[in-house]
Design a protein around this ligand. Structure first.
Ligand code: PW5
Ligand code: FE
Length: 247
């Protein structure tokens, strides 16, 4: 089947792939969140870390849209710097492999048709990979929902490549407040080679707590085909209305 083909092409073991997909399907259905450690293997994870560090020092990162103009980072909604890659850029060969590995997992997990949420979904594309850098000194991201208004994004996948991260001293936890879990929170340390999958909608409000060391994360969002199409139709209709108004 083409699952085996894509695994062979990418040098991924079919056993590992089917194991991970079972975790993803089970945990997304049950908790709406799935954390997988040792995702790419230590060597490749450290190569990804070196790539993002060198990209950051080459100055390609830009400010994530800041709501408040205040320079004081504690008042900003978010203080990360971001850059978007599709994996073809130079020094991104390992990030390209990360993206294609997540693609294969998402496609296989959908095909496994968990009888719950995943079963009803058809993944229709994804964003590029957004590399975010929280430059330390208290950089954070306030509590938010990735997709509060049905823009099409259904699964958020975030990969961490921070070597020797110790959240006790450097903070930077991803804290998720899963809806329907009373006041339970899920604290996830952004450690090297950790992959997190979670529903992008209102089920998973989350924040990045202040980080006191440079913190990197690579995020790819996967679209639900139907929801994305409906969002596109709404967007085009709103554009048409706006055009009429300005006439
Ligand atoms: C640019 C952007 C990034 C994120 N990332 C996180 O929430 C934190 C993930 C982490 O680094 O642990 N979310 C949204 C809604 C936008 Br937009
Ligand atoms: Fe987010």
């Amino acid at each position: 089947s083409n699952i085996n083909l894509s695994c062979k092409e990418q040098g991924i073991s079919v056993e590992w792939m089917s194991q991970i997909c079972q975790y993803v399907v089970r945990d997304l259905e049950k908790y709406g969140i799935c954390v997988v450690d040792n995702f790419m293997g230590k060597d490749r994870a450290e190569a990804i870390y070196r790539s993002v560090v060198s990209m950051y020092s080459s100055g390609v990162f830009v400010e994530g849209e800041t709501v408040s103009s205040s320079l004081d980072t504690s008042k900003k909604v978010r203080s990360d710097k971001i850059t978007w890659v599709d994996g073809s850029e130079n020094n991104c060969v390992n990030i390209a492999h990360l993206i294609s590995t997540v693609d294969t997992i998402i496609m296989n997990s959908i095909r496994m048709k968990g009888n719950g949420q995943l079963g009803q979904r058809t993944i229709g594309g994804r964003t590029k990979a957004m590399i975010a850098c929280y430059p330390g000194s208290g950089a954070h991201y306030v509590k938010h929902v990735d997709n509060p208004n049905r823009d099409g994004r259904c699964i958020t996948t975030t990969y961490y490549c921070n070597k020797d991260w110790d959240a006790k001293t450097t903070g930077g936890l991803l804290r998720i407040f899963p809806q329907g879990w009373a006041n339970q929170v899920v604290d996830i340390e952004p450690i090297l080679d950790r992959m997190v999958f979670f529903w992008s909608d209102r089920r998973n409000p989350h924040e990045v707590q202040p980080a006191f060391r440079t913190r990197y994360a690579i995020t790819v969002w996967y679209f639900d085909a139907k929801e994305r199409e409906e969002a596109r139709i709404r967007f085009n209709r709103e554009c048409a209305v706006r055009k009429n108004e300005t006439k």
